[in-house]
Ligand binder design. Structure first.
Ligand SMILES: C[S@@+](CC[C@H](N)C(=O)[O-])C[C@H]1O[C@@H](n2cnc3c(N)ncnc32)[C@H](O)[C@@H]1O
Length: 375
């Protein structure tokens, strides 16, 4: 029976690859060598019909970490071929790859571009040797400059630089220097992430949030404002909490998440979002292999997490408020009902009064708290 909705117009390729080519090979093989890629789709729920498959989707893709730039190009080629065959990819698709300095040379960069990779996200993180060491990065400053040089000399037009703020021992002077060197490197996009200290990671064992040598919350906020000011002055549009771009260089794959649009994800630990349902795959290779085998044998463990309408409305609010565009209350009301709009207005009223939240009318003029329609 045909599926009632078209396939999601976005393909998110999530591959967690470790640094040995052997494990990289086995992870990729698990993605592409099955009787069909459908074995790895979240469930049959989002499976396109044959008719839908004949129409190329304008899907965007992202190869993300571990370190996809360590994957041999022939394996990247095999994944992209499978996707082209099964989904079709239109010529304006964004195919992004996270690349770490020190893990690729000019030949590899060119090979990836020939295969269709047309956007690079370079994980620079910091421009100070001691900070790179402190955050456990395999690369040093020399590799950072080499990578920037390679991206430029290979003619990668659309590339992003990732920076992390609030690293241990990071001073405002260091942050200012990183921002200045970023602007000098002229990427078309910059992502600035505030360090997240996750429990259970090596970093989490070493550092306690809020305590030295991590910067205080006040200092982290100062880093955020410095980034926004410096990058805006340099002509970058601060279009999402951690994202800045030159005109026309918004990151398409990230916009998919922020607009709460559906996406497929493949590979270890990946999470898909299809028909309002989120699905995730096992994080460990052994369990992942078993999961794929079960799918192929029809013993589907879909790992579904059903979202209530309330959850979905909350997702839309949270994701929209990450962006400079904000939340469109009219379409939000049409989708989730006026009671949710009322509840939102009520909840945000004190923050409108304190100046932390701005409601705009249809002409995008700021409204006062007592004008808030329809509260
Ligand atoms: C989220 S993706 C980057 C996507 C990319 N900016 C783009 O535009 O396509 C990976 C980045 O997350 C950041 N990151 C990784 N671990 C982090 C952590 N613990 N805290 C904050 N940022 C982290 C690093 O900057 C890394 O390069």
């Amino acid at each position: 029976m045909p599926h009632p909705t078209p396939p999601p117009p976005f393909f998110h390729l999530l591959l967690l690859l470790t640094s040995t080519s052997l494990s990289a090979e086995s992870a990729v093989t698990t993605v592409t060598s099955q009787s069909s890629l459908w074995a790895l789709l979240p469930t049959n729920r989002g499976r396109p019909t044959d008719d839908q498959l004949r129409q190329p989707a304008s899907g965007n893709g992202l190869f993300r970490g571990g370190t996809p730039s360590l994957v041999p190009p022939k394996l990247v080629s095999s994944i992209l071929d499978t996707l082209r065959l099964k989904f079709g990819l239109s010529s304006d698709s964004e195919i992004s790859m996270e690349m770490d300095p020190g893990t690729f040379d000019a030949k590899k960069m060119k090979d990836m571009m020939e295969l269709g990779v047309n956007r690079v996200s370079l994980g620079v993180q910091a421009f100070q040797e001691e900070l790179l060491k402190a955050c456990g990065r395999a690369h040093g400053l020399r590799e950072v400059y080499e990578a920037i040089e390679i991206v430029g000399s290979c003619g990668v037009e659309n590339w992003s630089m990732d920076l992390i703020s609030s690293l241990p021992h990071q001073t405002p002077e260091m942050w200012e220097e990183s921002l200045r060197l970023t602007v000098e490197a002229c990427p078309t996009h910059v992502s600035v992430y505030d360090l997240q200290v996750e429990q259970g990671t090596k970093f989490g064992l070493l550092y306690t949030p809020g305590e030295f040598p991590l910067p205080s919350e006040t200092r982290s906020a100062e880093f955020y404002r410095m980034a926004s000011r410096t990058l805006s002055d340099a002509g970058y549009n601060h279009y999402e909490i951690s994202s800045y771009c030159k005109s026309g260089y918004h990151c398409k794959h990230n916009l998919t998440y922020w607009k709460n649009k559906p996406f497929y994800a493949f590979g270890l630990g990946s999470a898909s979002y299809v028909d309002g349902v989120r699905f995730s795959r096992p994080k460990r290779m052994k369990e992942y292999m078993g999961f794929v085998e079960n799918l192929e044998n029809g013993l589907v463990d879909s790992c579904e997490s059903n979202r209530s309408a309330q959850d979905m409305a909350t997702d839309v609010v949270m994701l929209s408020l990450r962006t400079s565009r904000g939340l469109d209350l009219k379409s939000f009301g049409e989708e989730y009902g006026s009671s949710h709009v009322l509840a939102l207005c009520e909840a945000y009223k004190p923050y409108v009064e304190s100046g932390h939240v701005v409601f705009l009318d249809e002409q995008r003029r700021a409204m006062a708290a007592d004008e808030l329609m329809p509260c």
